[in-house]
Every structure is written in C-alpha cells, then in structure tokens.
Design a protein around this ligand. Sequence first.
Ligand SMILES: Cc1cc2nc3c(=O)[nH]c(=O)nc-3n(C[C@H](O)[C@H](O)[C@H](O)COP(=O)(O)O)c2cc1C
Length: 176
Amino acid sequence: MQYDDFASLCKNRRSVRTFEDTPVTKEEILKLLELARHAPSVDNLQPWHFHVVLDQEKRKALMDACCYGNFVEGAGVFMIVTADLRVKKEAKKILWNPKEVEYSCITAMEHIWLGAVAMGLGGSWVSLHHGKPHEILGLPHEEVVIGGMMIGHPKKGDKTAMQERKPLKELYTFHE
Ligand SMILES: Cc1cc2nc3c(=O)[nH]c(=O)nc-3n(C[C@H](O)[C@H](O)[C@H](O)COP(=O)(O)O)c2cc1C
C-alpha cells in the first residue's frame, strides 16, 4: 500500500450517522474484527472484547444508554467494545500507565473504523453512559466499556460535511 492510499483513507473517513437499509453481513463484521485483532496493545495484552449486539431488545435498551443513541437505530451493526482489566495480571512488565489497557482498545476501534471505510461501509463511535451496558449484556465489572461503534452502509447522498480540523502547524512542536 502506498502512503497516498492510506492518507486518502484517513482523510476521507468521517462519522457516518445515516444508513441504507442494506444489512451488514456476519462475514463483513468478522472481517472488521479480524482487523481489530491486529491492533497494537500495551505489552501485547490484547485486552479488547467486541460485543456485537444482534438482539433487537438489547440493542434498543443499549441505545437508551448512549449519549446520542438515536443515530444507532438505522445502523446495520452496533457493537460495544470493552477492555478486560483482568489481563493486567498477565503483563510481563510493569505497566507504567495502567490506563494503557483501556487506550489499547481505542487502537482496535480505529482499525475497525478505517477498515469499514475501506470496505465501503461507514459509521461512528457512540459514547455510552457507564453502568447500563453491564446490566444489559451481563458484563463482569472488570470489563470496562470503552465505547460503542455503529456501522452500516452509508446513506447515498448524505450531505454531512467534513468537520474542520485545526491547522497542522498548531499541532506539533519539534523539541530540537
Ligand atoms: C471518543 C469519541 C466519542 C464520540 N462520541 C460520539 C457519539 O456519542 N455520537 C456521535 O454521533 N459521534 C460521536 N463521535 C464522533 C465525533 O463527533 C466525530 O469524530 C467528530 O465530530 C469529528 O467528525 P468526523 O469523525 O466526521 O471527522 C465520537 C468520537 C470519538 C473519538
């Protein structure tokens, strides 16, 4: 892959919140999770778990636990990504920043998000209120919720504008 191809993937990704009715297949979901599996993680602990919520009642209940859950309704797939904090026991080195177990899951979510775009799909991160997902999905308290992801076939003609970014020169410092 060329840098330009990857740059174009990154630059064209945006949050998609309206979708066609076309379902996302289990094969497509598994392809995305396969990308997530290759994400980097602290001490290679791979703390992530992907709860793909197919049950409609659970999905509805989870939408109520989302900050902007109304968008989720049209999405083909809704998944909750969790970090299993129990993996800390498996660390071979001292975890200087234990929060990195949670951060690792975000790298996996970005693989899924970019992978979805590469497959002609789209979606968005979905913020969740803590607590409820545990009740609804029966999660142990050591599994912390990192966030939700909705994925689907982007609605044709969706006019959502690209969000402005800060100029590059404001974002870095070369400490020379
Ligand atoms: C941690 C995080 C939480 C987010 N939560 C939500 C959310 O709850 N609902 C939503 O519609 N978008 C959510 N987003 C998407 C952002 O609003 C979006 O990425 C941002 O406005 C930039 O737009 P873009 O993704 O189209 O470039 C979230 C993104 C991140 C990274």
